[in-house]
Design a protein around this ligand. Structure first.
Ligand SMILES: Nc1nc2c([nH]c(=O)n2[C@H]2C[C@H](O)[C@@H](COP(=O)(O)OP(=O)(O)OP(=O)(O)O)O2)c(=O)[nH]1
Length: 214
């Protein structure tokens, strides 16, 4: 809550709080000295399919994720989300409501990543492989659900570790805010990639999207 107090009027946070782990609750959030805007975009269909991309290079490579990246100078967050979707999946969003906002901090990094999450409900063309992403379709419903498309389940084991915490809001069509702090990677991790650190502390809740756009 403390992270979003400046963004959300009091009383606007919903009942669906998730926080942890228990031993982190007394820890302060990691200190950061700058905020950088990012986008994260998930194409979804009315018949419960979701398109994820295997990131082929750079930050988060080897994981399935939505499409997105940094907001460049001179563009709005929405324009950046549209541009990244076109660059990474080769589709043009025509209906793309925002559905979340998540902040990520990493031990040893001064930057607080401020990630705006969108669901793309209508678009032109079909997702295609690009230099950055390999798109693949998944079912948003449990496999035993009568309306589940015959597609694999969302591959949480091969995604960022926090995703299965906040996807419950996304899949329930509830907008959400949250924050995750990551520890630095273990010394034994010879590559020492920032994104391989374990989750140190997190907080998520549902909140109205109109109030999180500041
Ligand atoms: N699902 C999920 N996405 C995350 C997490 N952390 C995190 O940074 N992301 C997303 C936000 C952005 O969409 C993406 C990071 O942006 P990026 O480094 O690919 O940005 P970019 O494409 O502009 O970078 P580049 O062209 O310079 O390589 O990863 C997370 O924990 N879960």
């Amino acid at each position: 809550m403390d992270q979003f107090e400046p963004l959300l009027p009091s009383g606007s946070i919903g009942a669906g709080h998730i926080k942890g782990p228990p031993e982190s609750l007394h820890l302060p959030w990691l200190p950061t000295s700058s905020l950088k805007q990012y986008t994260l975009v998930f194409p979804v269909t009315a018949d419960s399919k979701i398109c994820l991309g295997m990131k082929k290079r750079g930050f988060g490579a080897g994981r399935y994720n939505g499409f997105g990246g940094k907001v460049e100078p001179g563009e709005t967050v929405f324009e950046a989300a549209k541009r990244e979707l076109l660059e990474e999946a080769n589709i043009v969003a025509t209906k793309m409501p925002q559905c979340g906002r998540i902040r990520f901090a990493f031990e040893n990094s001064p930057v607080l990543m401020d990630v705006y999450v969108y669901r793309v409900e209508e678009w032109e063309r079909e997702p295609e492989e690009t230099e950055e992403m390999l798109p693949k379709w998944y079912s948003m419903l449990p496999s035993d659900h009568p309306s589940s498309p015959s597609l694999p389940a969302i591959p949480f084991d091969n995604m960022w570790p926090d995703d299965d915490l906040w996807f419950r809001f996304f899949l329930a069509k509830k907008s959400f805010v949250g924050r995750v702090d990551f520890n630095k990677p273990a010394e034994s991790d010879t590559e020492g990639k920032m994104e391989d650190g374990s989750m140190r502390k997190w907080w998520f809740a549902d909140a109205p999207v109109e109030l999180m756009q500041a």
